[in-house]
Design a protein around this ligand. Structure first.
Ligand code: MC0
Length: 140
């Protein structure tokens, strides 16, 4: 059910400064940015030039002190926070992983970047990696 790596998420304290760093040093380009209130993040997706449908780096900055990203930054500082796989059907993928005994964080998929539907596998059930499942919105 996994079609590709959708993105790798990096927790940052200051989104604008992080974007500048990735543009200036790695030549990546911002292809999308948004605020996700439910997830408590300001985020930007960056791609290599000409590869806007390929895997992205997702920069994630906290909106609130009680958000997942604020907690991550407090505990371990900035760095890799998640690995996101693109799936064709997040409900089927979540059900299959639940059947394998892995804990999914949400009973039902929630809204992710650009209208996608997302769920997460708890990092303790995935070798210390927070795994996100992303079903892109139709047309994306
Ligand atoms: C915590 N742990 C991690 C981790 N976060 N390990 C690897 N990667 C991470 N990102 C480890 C801690 O070090 C600790 O290990 C143990 O997990 C704690 O588990 P917990 O007490 O159950 O949980 P919390 O309170 O630390 O929260 C972790 C959890 C949370 C993954 C449940 O961050 C969460 O709900 N994440 C899902 C939502 C999210 O990440 N949103 C931001 C991205 P020890 O060994 O010390 O016990 S939003 C997004 O990504 C959207 C916009 C999108 O892409 O579309």
């Amino acid at each position: 059910f996994i079609t590709t790596i959708d993105h790798v998420g990096v927790a940052v304290a200051d989104l604008d400064r992080a974007i500048e760093f990735y543009e200036q040093n790695f030549g990546l380009e911002v292809t999308h940015s948004e605020v996700n209130e439910e997830q408590g993040v300001r985020e930007a997706m960056l791609h290599a030039p000409g590869d806007s449908s390929g895997p992205a780096v997702q920069l994630l900055a906290p909106l609130r002190e009680d958000s997942a990203i604020a907690k991550f930054l407090d505990r371990q500082g900035p760095g890799l926070q998640q690995l996101a796989y693109r799936v064709t059907d997040v409900d089927a993928a979540s059900a299959a992983l639940r059947d394998n005994g892995l804990r999914l964080l949400y009973p039902e998929a929630r809204r992710g970047t650009a209208g996608s539907r997302i769920n997460f596998v708890h990092p303790k059930d995935a070798g210390g990696v927070l795994v996100e499942l992303v079903e892109p919105a139709a047309g994306h």
